[in-house]
Design a protein around this ligand. Structure first.
Ligand SMILES: [Zn+2]
Length: 303
């Protein structure tokens, strides 16, 4: 039993499971979604919902949702990537739906007594199912979720604008500051509310989620060799160390890979990338610095 197990009453007067709120995982491949048929004895049993449960005090929403995916659906957290968050905040209690994409083929199945079945459903059939009330309330927003976002950053282009360069030629500190900004974006996401006009004009966000969790590729000659990947958000960040003369080609290659993954692409770079023939959204370094989520942090961060 985690320390989050227990009933609470929200500001709207409902009784909810999860002293620190609850979180669930909605795995999708773009057209199909993994749903859980809840065992008859569970709260609102015999309905379809998503694997999930109470958050423990030390867990953020992604940590709780991926733990539940292991326990209830036998999904290895390393096989899926969190791509977005939707927070249903009742005041005093919230439920965070964590959108996730498989990184390779997975076989989710009922792994404990809370489910009678766990399976993929096509998006068009889900509204006809007997749905758990909480999931039914958020499904209209969740079903329109777009492709995941890839953020590709030429560190040389970003550092000059994100943080003022210190006196002298020592750029170690600005790159470290950029890395901190990047890991914050990987963890808390890009917000509908905070995004710059140039992003919304390109419909990168469809305004259905509270945060988009991007896959981030950093390209530069000044990056550290390796970074630890012990936290889930670090696994979303790839550091690609190249010579200065190879930066532009590496950015273009990263964009092509993102298009092959069916991702929407945000780029901070010196080149315009017209030659790829694909549609990318160019961000200035200043826009990169303002992408971060503030509203969602409060709901997704452990207390
Ligand atoms: Zn409530």
């Amino acid at each position: 039993m985690g320390d989050g197990d227990g009933w609470v009453r929200c500001d709207l007067g409902h009784r909810h499971w999860g002293r620190f709120g609850a979180a669930g995982i909605l795995i999708n491949d773009g057209g199909n979604f993994v749903l859980q048929h809840r065992a008859p004895w569970t709260h609102e049993g015999d309905t379809w919902g998503i694997p999930g449960g109470a958050r423990d005090s030390h867990e953020d929403a992604v940590q709780a949702a991926t733990r539940e995916a292991v326990e209830e659906a036998a999904v290895d957290p390393a096989s899926v990537r969190a791509t977005g968050l939707l927070v249903d905040d009742h005041g005093g209690w919230s439920y965070t739906t964590v959108l996730a994409r498989p990184q390779h083929p997975i076989n989710p199945h009922a792994a404990n007594a809370e489910s009678t079945q766990i399976r993929w459903w096509p998006e068009s059939e889900i509204a006809q199912l007997p749905l758990h009330r909480g999931f039914a309330g958020t499904w209209p927003r969740l079903r329109s979720v777009g492709s995941p976002v890839a953020l590709i950053v030429d560190t040389h282009a970003a550092v000059a604008g994100v943080v003022p360069l210190p006196q002298g030629d020592d750029t170690a500190m600005p790159v470290q500051t950029l890395l901190e900004t990047i890991y914050r974006l990987a963890r808390f996401g890009i917000s509908d509310r905070a995004e710059p006009d140039s992003v919304s004009q390109h419909s990168v966000s469809q305004h259905s989620l509270d945060a988009l969790l991007p896959r981030i590729v950093l390209i530069g000659s000044d990056l550290p060799e390796t970074e630890s990947t012990s936290e889930w958000w670090q696994a979303s960040v790839t550091l690609h160390r190249v010579r200065d003369s190879e930066r532009a080609a590496a950015v273009e290659q990263a964009c092509l890979t993102a298009f092959e993954n069916d991702e929407r692409v945000l780029v901070v770079s010196e080149e315009s990338l017209q030659s790829t023939g694909y549609s990318v959204t160019h961000l200035s370094a200043i826009e990169l610095a303002t992408l971060g989520v503030s509203a969602v942090s409060a709901a997704s961060e452990p207390d």
